[in-house]
Design a binder for this molecule. Sequence first.
Ligand code: PGA
Length: 246
Amino acid sequence: MRTPLVAANWKMNGSREFAEQFFAALDLEGLSCAVVICPPYPYLPLVAEKAGEGFSIGAQNLSDETSGAFTGEVSAAMLLDWGVRYAIVGHSERRSLYGESSELVARKFHAAQAAGLVPILCVGESLQEREEERTLEVIASQLQAVTEAAGESAGGDVWSRAVIAYEPVWAIGTGKTATPEQAQEVHRFIRERLGNAGAAVQILYGGSVKAGNAEALFAQADIDGALVGGASLDAEEFSKICRAAG
Ligand code: PGA
């Protein structure tokens, strides 16, 4: 079956000192779930040094290009050089604050996969889209952009080395979590859309996940873990969320 996965998205937070303290307090002893830590780029080497301790490293973003005159960008191959295994693509902050379209997100997804990284594709609806009852339509089109960019030949293979994170935009950093039932409905929908590969794909929930609500979310049949923002900056809280995943 699917191994639970909990990913920490530190966003643009932290420092060397923070990272040292975080790893001193992180307690993943005896856990069987997979854990991924996604620090800001400059701290990848520091996290890489610790990465034997029960977790893998992820990047928060990557370029859709492989190399060249792209000032400020970081390629998938560079991330692999630092032992990175996962890369978040299409986080709602990148979509809304940096204007990343679903087409660009799809190119990043494929750039990550082509280099051997596992993309963590974020999808999710805004509050307005939910109120207009367009949630499933929005998610379907975000997924479709990825399959379309892969072309016909890729078939179901597009999803076989990928993780999906369902993150309702209205729940990110707001303290409002989707109810376990609301999240489960969308997770099931996503799994169905993935076709044959769907049964094996880890689908994470993200949006104000904390130690206090993780267990009820993880109890849902199609929720395989979490992408954690704010609560991932507190090593004890984050350890508890990982423990709730198993
Ligand atoms: P949050 O962020 O846990 O702070 O809501 C989640 C995310 O943005 O991935």
